[in-house]
Design a protein around this ligand. Structure first.
Ligand SMILES: Cc1cc2nc3c(=O)[nH]c(=O)nc-3n(C[C@H](O)[C@H](O)[C@H](O)COP(=O)(O)O)c2cc1C
Length: 324
């Protein structure tokens, strides 16, 4: 069975990538993922604040989270260690190693991308995580910020750059096209936005644990099926893939790769081989011999009038609920 996939200019043995998270944070666990069959890994993010921390010694973020252990831990992991980790991972495995840079402001930190390239990363995943803090900031300003940062990183390096974003733009499709036009090599859909909760005992704000749930695939599934065939950037599905059926659905929508974090955290690194087996069995049952034969088969390209189709589905769903 030919499971080979092509992602942001890199050839992969199959479409499964370990997403940034705890399982890609140690060399041992990256090696275990490779043994289980994963095609590539994305390292946990290096945050803009960590880079600035060294540049300017003004870690305002530490003042905001004086006792929050996870944030302290993140900040401990400084930029030099990050570069070492890229080089170590590159030497330890034969699969592509993608580094992750996480930031949301313009400025010098984006130059760090060059050092990531020199450390040996096969690509960069740029995670722009921005919640506009002020009511004065307009949608257009937010869009320009995203485009500027993406362009700065893209122009700093020769390795491919993927962009991990959230879907909360008024016209996500148009944004996707603009990212494509500035040369972004892949879109990773989507970032999970941290949702705050209030602890009523301590009266403190607490971030919720970002583990996704099975069934959380709807929003990326929709956008991948819309974008497939309409932009040249690769499409990575990244939310809620828990079993081989989720993977098949993402591929039918048009995903080039599927990224996994929560499912592997919950089931362990060996689960990769279970997912690959399930995918192969399904393909064989339907007499496909390669992923290329089924990729995008259920994308919007297969619908004559996508707008009417979407509207009709919406009405059908609402109407179905009323009749319950
Ligand atoms: C514990 C944990 C740590 C994560 N760390 C990062 C990170 O450093 N950088 C990043 O871009 N995403 C990070 N993520 C998000 C995942 O890479 C992934 O995008 C998200 O969990 C959705 O995929 P999933 O549904 O397979 O979990 C993290 C997720 C979890 C659960």
């Amino acid at each position: 069975m030919d499971l080979t996939s092509h992602y942001m200019g890199i050839n992969l043995k199959n479409p499964l990538i370990a997403s940034a998270g705890p399982l890609t944070s140690t060399i041992k666990s990256i090696q275990r993922l490779e043994q289980a069959g994963i095609a590539a890994v994305v390292l946990p993010s290096l945050f803009e604040e960590q880079i600035r921390h060294e540049e300017q010694a003004s870690p305002a973020i530490n003042d905001l989270f004086p006792s929050a252990t996870p944030m302290e831990k993140i900040l401990e992991h400084d930029s030099r260690m990050y570069l070492d980790q890229i080089a170590k991972a590159r030497a330890a495995v034969n699969i592509p190693v993608i580094a992750s840079l996480n930031g949301c402001s313009q400025g010098g930190w984006t130059d760090f991308a060059r050092q990531i390239e020199q450390a040996g990363a096969d690509g960069i995943e740029l995670n722009i995580y921005y919640n506009p803090p002020s009511l004065d900031i307009t949608g257009r300003q937010v869009e320009e910020l995203y485009l500027d940062i993406a362009q700065q990183i893209k122009s700093s390096v020769t390795i491919p750059v993927a962009l991990k974003i959230d879907p909360y733009f008024s016209a996500f499709g148009h944004m996707a096209r603009q990212f494509d036009q500035i040369g972004i090599d892949a879109l990773v859909m989507f970032n999970r936005m941290l949702q705050p909760d209030f602890n009523l005992k301590t009266m403190l704000v607490e971030p919720r644990w970002p583990i996704s749930k099975a069934g959380d695939i709807g929003i990326p599934l929709r956008w991948i099926s819309v974008l497939y065939g309409n932009i040249s950037a690769s499409l990575a599905a990244n939310t809620g893939a828990y079993d081989h059926e989720d993977i098949i659905k993402y591929l039918l929508a048009g995903a080039d790769v599927i990224m996994l974090a929560s499912a592997l955290i919950q089931n362990g690194t060996d689960y990769v081989s279970v997912l690959l087996k399930g995918l192969e069995v399904w393909l064989k049952q339907r007499e496909f011999t390669s992923l290329a034969q089924m990729r995008g088969a259920m994308s919007q390209q297969s619908v004559a009038n996508p707008e009417a189709f979407e509207r009709a589905n919406y009405i059908r769903a609402v109407d179905g609920l009323k009749k319950r």
